[in-house]
Design a protein around this ligand. Structure first.
Ligand code: GLY
Length: 373
């Protein structure tokens, strides 16, 4: 089974990728030194599918588990939900010797990780991600948090998981749109660090929903290597993971919840970042087209709707916590597989890029890329 080790001194951990691991998770959890009482936090969609097998396996290995189910969706990523969970954990007898298991997608992982980081001033937690976005991205790296009315992820902590268990079989239950948005993050990781992987992604049949364990592990390893050198995003290296996210977040924040999923907005943000990469990082136009074709192959949105105004996107971008220091650190591609942090991009450039992605795609993108050549 492919295992990615995340090397962070005394906060190091393994990400184990194995089909069916959900039903024998206890062995790995005990192997990571966790035992006793645990709180499994999941959501209404995921709990009914996967919690019974997990709880049965934990029980058989004398891990005393309580189940805590939150409503599915971004609204659960709130201080109120974190407060309710802490209360529940306390009333159900959890204490500093307990640990948390996050079973679900990004919302569950971020919230459960945050709860683990504050309950009794911090208890260990295990991530069991069940969506593509969460398994290649949010479950690894220790970012936890909740949203405020003022913005997403404005309250949180760095709290690394003790173990991440990835069961690729959970991907078969994903809705088509969830699969599609997840592929945007898979493509993003390859785009910033591994051009060869982009060709492999392009050769995947999007209808199959199949991602090999090895490809998943390699994609996770891209994130792991970045986190190892810049755990708390202070050196400008972890920021590379934000390729497509500056304008993407602005777009996501400008629409009603659900109109564009995170990965869909990031896909539009990547197209804008490609435009700026050609302008400021000498990215060859053919490389830009190739990435665009791969995004299109997975049916990701590439053309920004006229109803979303540039003014509103720019307002959200300027409110983004990434701009708190007043400086724009924009992630560009110098080549496929080589992302850089640039300070050349100004606000007018971003407005131009937002206008650019309203344009229909060039004809030679429409044919779709099949991974050959
Ligand atoms: N998703 C970006 C990061 O974890 O830094």
């Amino acid at each position: 089974m492919p295992t990615v080790h995340v090397n962070l001194a005394d906060r190091s951990y393994d990400v184990i990728v194995e089909r069916g691991i959900l039903s024998h998770a206890a062995k790995e959890i005990l192997g990571a030194g966790l035992k006793g009482k645990c709180a499994v936090i999941s959501d209404q969609n995921v709990a009914s599918l996967y919690a019974p097998a997990l709880l049965e396996n934990l029980g058989r290995h004398c891990i005393d588990a309580t189940l805590h189910v939150i409503p599915a969706g971004e609204a659960s990523k709130s201080l109120a939900a974190a407060n309710d969970l802490c209360q529940e954990l306390a009333t159900q007898g959890h204490d500093r010797k307990s640990f948390v298991i996050a079973l679900g997608g990004g919302v569950v992982g971020d919230l459960a990780g945050f709860v683990a980081s504050i309950f009794y001033r911090g208890i260990p937690f295990v991530q069991i991600p069940t969506t593509i976005v969460s398994l290649v991205d949010s479950s690894v790296g220790g970012k936890t948090g909740v949203n405020l009315v003022a913005g997403k992820n404005l309250v949180g902590s760095f709290h690394q998981p003790r173990l991440v268990l990835v069961d690729p079989e959970t991907l078969s239950s994903l809705a088509q749109r969830e699969y599609r948005q997840g592929m945007a993050e898979v493509i993003k990781h390859a785009a910033i660090r591994d051009a060869e992987m982009l060709h492999e992604i392009a050769a995947i049949n999007p209808q199959s929903r199949y991602l090999s364990d090895v490809l998943i592990a390699r994609n996770i390893a891209i994130k792991a290597r970045v986190v190892e050198v810049d755990e708390q995003e202070t050196l400008g290296v972890r920021a590379l993971l934000n390729f497509g996210h500056t304008i993407g977040h602005g777009i996501e924040a400008s629409v009603d919840y659900g109109q564009l999923l995170h990965g869909e907005a990031i896909s539009l943000g990547m197209r804008a970042a490609l435009f700026l990469s050609e302008k400021y990082a000498s990215l060859p136009h053919e490389a830009s087209l190739l990435l665009t074709q791969i995004q299109m192959k997975f049916d990701l949105p590439m053309v920004l709707d006229q109803s979303i105004s540039t003014e509103s996107i720019m307002k959200k971008i300027l409110r983004d916590k990434k701009f708190s220091a007043g400086k724009i650190q924009f992630i560009l591609l110098a080549q496929l597989g080589n992302a850089i942090v640039s300070s050349s991009v100004n606000l007018t450039d971003m407005e131009e890029a937002i206008e650019w992605i309203r344009q229909p795609l060039p004809i030679n993108c429409e044919s779709g890329y099949n991974g050959k050549g």
